[in-house]
Each structure stands twice: as C-alpha cells, then as structure tokens.
Design a protein around this ligand. Structure first.
Ligand code: IDP
Ligand code: MG
Length: 149
C-alpha cells in the first residue's frame, strides 16, 4: 500500500471543482485517509515547492498556491502515487489525456488544478509536511474487497 499527497489548488476551489476532482479519485478506488481545507502560508508553499526554487515559474507558483484556499488530501491504495498521477494527467493540461483531471478541466500549466506526489520518497515527505499523524485515519471500507484483489 502507498499513500500520496494531493492538493486541489486554488483554481480548483474557486471554480467549484472540489467535488468533481474528489470524485475522480474516489471513483478510481483510491481511499481518502486525510482531508482538509486550508489557506497555505508562504512558508509552507516554499517548503512544499523547494525543489523548484530558482526556476522562472517559482515565484508565480508560490503566488498561485497561496492565492485562495486549497483542499489537501492523503490518498491510499496499491501504487497510489502512479494511479493518482495518471488520474491527474500531464503537467501541461493541453498534453493531459481526456478523462484526466487536467485533461478535462484545465487549459494552462500555471492553472493546472491539482498537485500529486511524484515518488515514494516525496510522497512520504509531503504527507508528513501537510498532515499531523493524528489527522490520518486508518479504516476499511465495506467496498474494499470489490476494488482490491
Ligand atoms: P507536476 O505538478 O505535474 O508534478 P512540476 O514539474 O512538479 O509538475 O511543477 C510543479 C508545478 O509548477 C506545476 O504543477 C505547475 O503548477 C507549475 N509549473 C511547472 N512548470 C511550469 C511552467 O513552465 N510555467 C508555469 N508554471 C509551471
Ligand atoms: Mg511535481
């Protein structure tokens, strides 16, 4: 089992796409083990996107992610990191497959609606950065045996 960190970015919240975006992950079978609405601080934004510091899009990215509330989720499942990345779609929405979140709802890279962790190492670090251990809930869904072999 893997856990991955998902952020519905400010454009997703402002455009009233929280529900449709969560539905894509829920319908896929990924289990929500943590979820909250929050206003991201400049400090947290810079920690989360530290790997992009110095790139031309870094300052606009910090401005974007702090510009309105976000919904943060920890999702669990087998190969959850790759599954979630595929459901999110390519970084540039024009290149994202139809049916993916970015492919269905996005137009431009700087307004691409969702973040998803890209590796087991980053997923573990990001879940720990955004959630207290007590905010992550272990539970079994009655439907799990119909989703997981
Ligand atoms: P990812 O979100 O698909 O993992 P990354 O390359 O990790 O993509 O970039 C992080 C975020 O930075 C992107 O989701 C996007 O919001 C923003 N970003 C990346 N490249 C560009 C760019 O060329 N222009 C503007 N924003 C960008
Ligand atoms: Mg990334």
């Amino acid at each position: 089992m893997e856990r991955t960190l998902i952020i519905i970015k400010p454009d997703g919240v402002e455009r009233a796409l929280i529900g449709p975006i969560i539905s894509k992950f829920e319908q896929r079978g990924l289990k929500i083990v943590g979820m909250k609405l929050m206003q991201v601080s400049d400090e947290l934004a810079r920690k989360h996107y530290a790997v992009h510091a110095g790139k031309p899009f870094y300052e606009p990215l910090i401005e974007y992610i702090t510009s309105a509330p976000v919904v943060v989720m920890a999702l669990e499942g087998p190969q959850a990191i790759q599954a979630a990345r595929n459901t999110i779609g390519a970084t540039r929405p024009v290149e994202a497959a139809p049916g993916s979140i970015r492919g269905d709802f996005g137009m431009m890279v700087g307004r691409n609606l969702v973040h998803g962790s890209d590796s087991p190492e980053n997923a573990a670090a990001e879940v720990a950065l955004w959630f207290e251990p007590s905010e992550l809930i272990d539970y079994t869904r009655a439907v799990d045996s119909w989703i997981l072999e």
